[in-house]
Design a protein around this ligand. Structure first.
Ligand code: PMP
Length: 399
């Protein structure tokens, strides 16, 4: 892995070289992605789809090329199944609104899990309020894994959709989504996978998973902010109405009414983020140039190495020993996570503290929050060593 590709990693923070361990919140960008943004604005910036002129055609082909690159990346059957959004949250809100308009009626049920990010809770709560539907959640077992037996009991003829995180953004644990999808499909219920924390860490193949929807963010995937993806199987996307109106998403607009564009454009009202999509493609190419096998092995090794050291210094590591995707949550005795994070920051180590936008899970864990370290492909053992060294100093001051 080449740290030198990521200019920001040369920064110093409070006079110390930066150790960036907040990748689950957002990842840093390789030079290739930064160059793509400069290239787009300095060489072919122009609004897409509508223009007959040269620059517009170049910009259009870049945006559509990026759509195909994303489709190939997650092994979608066609680029038409890729809707560009602003990010995971935007994708989930779009889906909740659109799916809700078409398929949710009073008394219907939607199932999420007990460890979701707020982005995969609140849009469904809003939908349920609008439609007088009911939001259920898969309960957790004592070890914070999903209770699949209880999930089986939740599925019934009123269940219209299941939406679950592939990887917990708090615990890093990989969820049994294959089983959830199989059990749901046995009853003809579609499943949305929140891939915000899985797509940056492992090969996610929508054909193998057989999920009906997959959502993720570009900025956690070494790409830019403001671009994300809503993948949907064509047969579902075709049945869903647009969630926003405006330019681009229409076929014809008359005072009598409007007809909508074909897939995927009916879900992309307004000028799309064509610079973001192009830069996201460069991020995907960067990942592929390294390869998933190497990335997964590297991050697994780092996670295990870090977890062991955290335990050695007496920290409580949550879901220790479970299969994880680059994220570890811990606490240092009863010290408030915020205090730990602040002392680490003073030593140049960036971690996240708090509830990580997953309050129901944190409540269930019975803690005020956790300290979370999360790895990217550029992190190395030296980063872990610097982090543990800083943690020991914090321990001396706080305990
Ligand atoms: N779901 C999960 C599991 C996440 O980790 C995050 C980001 N922390 C989101 C959804 C929301 O992503 P974004 O803020 O990029 O929309």
């Amino acid at each position: 892995m080449n740290k030198a590709d990521f200019p920001i990693l040369n920064e110093t923070v409070h006079g110390r070289p930066l150790v960036y361990l907040d990748n689950a919140a957002t990842s840093q960008k390789p030079q290739q992605v930064l160059d793509a943004i400069v290239e787009a604005y300095s060489r072919w910036n122009s609004n897409i789809h509508r223009g007959v002129h040269h620059l517009s055609q170049v910009a259009t082909s870049k945006h559509e090329g990026a759509r195909q690159a994303v489709a190939d990346f997650i092994n979608a059957r066609s680029a038409d199944e890729i809707v560009f959004t602003k990010g995971t949250t935007d994708s989930l809100n779009a889906l909740a609104f659109s799916f809700g308009e078409a398929f949710i009626h009073e008394g219907d049920e939607i199932i999420v899990s007990g460890l979701e990010h707020h982005s995969n809770i609140v849009p469904w709560q809003m939908l349920c309020e609008r439609k007088k539907a009911v939001l259920r959640h898969i309960p957790l077992q004592d070890d914070l894994s999903l209770n699949i037996e209880a999930f089986k009991g939740l599925l019934n003829e009123k269940t219209k959709l299941v939406s679950v995180a592939h990887v917990s953004n708090v615990l890093g644990t990989i969820q049994p989504v294959e089983e959830i999808i199989r059990l749901s499909h046995e009853r003809g219920i579609p499943v949305c996978i929140d891939g915000a924390q899985s797509v940056p860490h492992m090969k996610v193949d929508v054909e193998v998973l057989d999920c009906d929807f997959l959502v993720f963010s570009g900025h956690k995937l070494y790409g830019p902010t403001g671009i994300g993806v809503l993948y949907g199987k064509r047969e579902w996307l075709e049945k869903l109405p647009p969630h926003e109106g405006g330019g681009e998403m229409i076929n014809h607009v008359r005072w009598e009414g409007t007809t909508y564009n074909e897939l995927p454009y009916k879900f992309e009202a307004g000028t799309p983020n064509f610079v973001g999509s192009y830069a996201l493609q460069k991020a995907i190419e960067y990942i592929e140039s390294i390869g998933w096998e190497a990335i997964e092995a590297h991050e697994r090794e780092l996670t295990e190495y870090c977890e062991k050291q955290l335990k050695d210094v007496g920290c409580t590591v949550y879901s220790a020993g479970c299969k994880k995707a680059g994220v570890i949550s811990f606490n240092m005795g009863t010290v408030h996570p915020f205090d730990v994070g602040t002392l680490l920051d003073q030593q140049g180590v960036a971690v996240r503290t708090g509830h990580h936008c997953a309050e129901p899970l944190i409540d269930e864990m019975g803690v005020p929050g956790t300290v979370r370290v999360s790895f990217g492909l550029y992190n190395d053992k030296e980063d872990v060593d610097r982090f543990i060294e800083a943690l020991k100093k914090a321990q001396m001051m706080l305990m």
